[in-house]
Design a protein around this ligand. Sequence first.
Ligand SMILES: [Zn+2]
Length: 154
Amino acid sequence: MIQYSLKCAEGHTFDSWFQSAEAFDKLAAAGMVSCAVCGGTKVEKAIMAPRVRPARSATGVKDDAQPTTEAPTAPALSTQNAELEQALTEMRRQVEQNSDYVGEDFASEARAMHLGDAPERSIYGEAKPDEAKALIEDGIPVAPLPFMPNRKTN
Ligand SMILES: [Zn+2]
Protein backbone atom coordinates (compact mmCIF):
# COMPACT_ATOMS: atom_id res chain seq x y z
CA MET A 1 0.00 0.00 0.00
CA ILE A 2 1.18 3.51 -0.78
CA GLN A 3 -0.08 6.66 0.82
CA TYR A 4 -0.16 9.77 -1.31
CA SER A 5 -0.80 13.28 -0.21
CA LEU A 6 -3.17 14.59 -2.84
CA LYS A 7 -4.25 18.03 -3.86
CA CYS A 8 -7.33 18.95 -5.88
CA ALA A 9 -7.76 21.81 -8.33
CA GLU A 10 -9.30 23.88 -5.52
CA GLY A 11 -6.17 23.45 -3.43
CA HIS A 12 -7.63 21.06 -0.83
CA THR A 13 -5.11 18.57 0.43
CA PHE A 14 -5.91 15.11 1.72
CA ASP A 15 -4.26 11.73 2.08
CA SER A 16 -5.32 8.54 0.42
CA TRP A 17 -4.03 4.99 0.27
CA PHE A 18 -3.53 3.14 -2.99
CA GLN A 19 -2.54 -0.39 -3.84
CA SER A 20 0.33 0.83 -5.97
CA ALA A 21 1.58 3.78 -7.98
CA GLU A 22 0.02 2.19 -11.07
CA ALA A 23 -3.31 1.82 -9.27
CA PHE A 24 -3.26 5.52 -8.43
CA ASP A 25 -2.45 6.48 -12.03
CA LYS A 26 -5.25 4.30 -13.33
CA LEU A 27 -7.84 5.57 -10.85
CA ALA A 28 -6.81 9.18 -11.35
CA ALA A 29 -6.96 8.84 -15.15
CA ALA A 30 -10.44 7.33 -14.83
CA GLY A 31 -11.57 10.24 -12.68
CA MET A 32 -12.11 7.91 -9.73
CA VAL A 33 -9.91 9.77 -7.31
CA SER A 34 -11.94 12.58 -5.86
CA CYS A 35 -11.22 15.32 -3.40
CA ALA A 36 -12.29 14.52 0.16
CA VAL A 37 -13.53 18.07 0.57
CA CYS A 38 -15.19 19.17 -2.67
CA GLY A 39 -15.43 15.89 -4.58
CA GLY A 40 -13.48 17.32 -7.51
CA THR A 41 -11.74 14.70 -9.61
CA LYS A 42 -8.91 16.92 -10.82
CA VAL A 43 -6.52 15.54 -8.26
CA GLU A 44 -2.76 15.40 -8.29
CA LYS A 45 -0.08 14.17 -5.98
CA ALA A 46 1.01 16.94 -3.66
CA ILE A 47 4.13 15.24 -2.40
CA MET A 48 6.25 12.83 -4.38
CA ALA A 49 7.52 10.88 -1.38
CA PRO A 50 5.00 8.14 -0.76
CA ARG A 51 5.07 6.28 2.52
CA VAL A 52 4.76 2.56 2.19
CA ARG A 53 3.13 0.21 4.64
CA PRO A 54 3.15 -3.56 4.50
CA ALA A 55 0.16 -5.15 2.86
CA ARG A 56 -2.37 -6.47 5.32
CA SER A 57 -2.20 -10.19 5.99
CA ALA A 58 -3.87 -12.38 3.40
CA THR A 59 -7.52 -12.36 4.39
CA GLY A 60 -8.70 -12.86 0.85
CA VAL A 61 -10.39 -9.48 1.05
CA LYS A 62 -9.47 -7.12 -1.73
CA ASP A 63 -9.06 -3.69 -0.28
CA ASP A 64 -7.67 -1.91 -3.29
CA ALA A 65 -10.97 -1.05 -4.97
CA GLN A 66 -11.70 2.10 -3.04
CA PRO A 67 -8.97 4.46 -1.94
CA THR A 68 -9.41 5.15 1.74
CA THR A 69 -9.30 8.72 2.80
CA GLU A 70 -7.68 9.50 6.07
CA ALA A 71 -8.44 12.36 8.37
CA PRO A 72 -7.02 15.57 6.99
CA THR A 73 -4.20 17.24 8.81
CA ALA A 74 -4.98 19.96 11.29
CA PRO A 75 -4.21 23.16 9.32
CA ALA A 76 -6.75 22.36 6.61
CA LEU A 77 -9.43 21.35 9.05
CA SER A 78 -10.89 24.75 9.86
CA THR A 79 -11.39 25.58 6.19
CA GLN A 80 -12.96 22.22 5.58
CA ASN A 81 -15.30 22.64 8.52
CA ALA A 82 -16.33 26.05 7.24
CA GLU A 83 -17.16 24.60 3.84
CA LEU A 84 -19.00 21.67 5.34
CA GLU A 85 -20.90 24.03 7.58
CA GLN A 86 -21.87 26.06 4.54
CA ALA A 87 -23.02 22.99 2.63
CA LEU A 88 -25.08 21.83 5.61
CA THR A 89 -26.64 25.25 6.03
CA GLU A 90 -27.61 25.27 2.37
CA MET A 91 -29.02 21.75 2.57
CA ARG A 92 -30.96 22.68 5.66
CA ARG A 93 -32.37 25.78 3.94
CA GLN A 94 -33.56 23.70 1.01
CA VAL A 95 -35.13 21.04 3.19
CA GLU A 96 -36.90 23.60 5.36
CA GLN A 97 -38.12 25.47 2.29
CA ASN A 98 -39.37 22.47 0.34
CA SER A 99 -40.59 20.11 3.03
CA ASP A 100 -43.20 20.15 5.77
CA TYR A 101 -41.96 19.75 9.30
CA VAL A 102 -44.01 17.07 11.03
CA GLY A 103 -41.94 16.68 14.17
CA GLU A 104 -42.39 13.42 16.00
CA ASP A 105 -45.25 12.42 13.70
CA PHE A 106 -42.66 11.71 11.02
CA ALA A 107 -42.99 7.92 11.11
CA SER A 108 -46.80 7.87 11.02
CA GLU A 109 -46.92 10.61 8.34
CA ALA A 110 -44.42 8.79 6.17
CA ARG A 111 -46.35 5.56 6.56
CA ALA A 112 -49.68 7.26 5.77
CA MET A 113 -48.22 8.72 2.56
CA HIS A 114 -46.79 5.35 1.62
CA LEU A 115 -50.20 3.72 2.10
CA GLY A 116 -51.96 6.50 0.18
CA ASP A 117 -53.79 7.72 3.28
CA ALA A 118 -52.15 11.12 3.03
CA PRO A 119 -51.17 13.24 0.02
CA GLU A 120 -47.59 12.73 -1.17
CA ARG A 121 -45.30 15.52 -0.13
CA SER A 122 -41.84 16.07 1.21
CA ILE A 123 -41.72 15.91 4.97
CA TYR A 124 -39.04 15.95 7.57
CA GLY A 125 -39.13 15.44 11.27
CA GLU A 126 -37.93 13.17 13.96
CA ALA A 127 -38.13 9.41 14.11
CA LYS A 128 -36.84 7.10 16.78
CA PRO A 129 -34.25 4.62 15.53
CA ASP A 130 -36.73 1.70 15.71
CA GLU A 131 -39.34 3.74 13.83
CA ALA A 132 -36.86 4.59 11.11
CA LYS A 133 -35.80 0.96 10.91
CA ALA A 134 -39.43 -0.19 10.57
CA LEU A 135 -40.03 2.36 7.80
CA ILE A 136 -37.01 1.15 5.87
CA GLU A 137 -38.04 -2.46 6.37
CA ASP A 138 -41.45 -1.63 4.89
CA GLY A 139 -39.77 -0.14 1.83
CA ILE A 140 -40.66 3.44 2.72
CA PRO A 141 -37.90 5.74 1.50
CA VAL A 142 -36.47 7.74 4.37
CA ALA A 143 -33.07 9.30 4.77
CA PRO A 144 -31.35 10.68 7.81
CA LEU A 145 -30.74 14.41 7.83
CA PRO A 146 -27.25 15.55 8.73
CA PHE A 147 -28.69 18.05 11.19
CA MET A 148 -31.29 18.34 13.91
CA PRO A 149 -34.40 20.08 12.62
CA ASN A 150 -35.55 23.25 14.30
CA ARG A 151 -38.66 22.58 16.27
CA LYS A 152 -41.18 25.00 14.86
CA THR A 153 -43.33 26.48 17.57
CA ASN A 154 -46.48 27.43 15.69
ZN1 LIG B 1 -11.26 19.91 -3.30
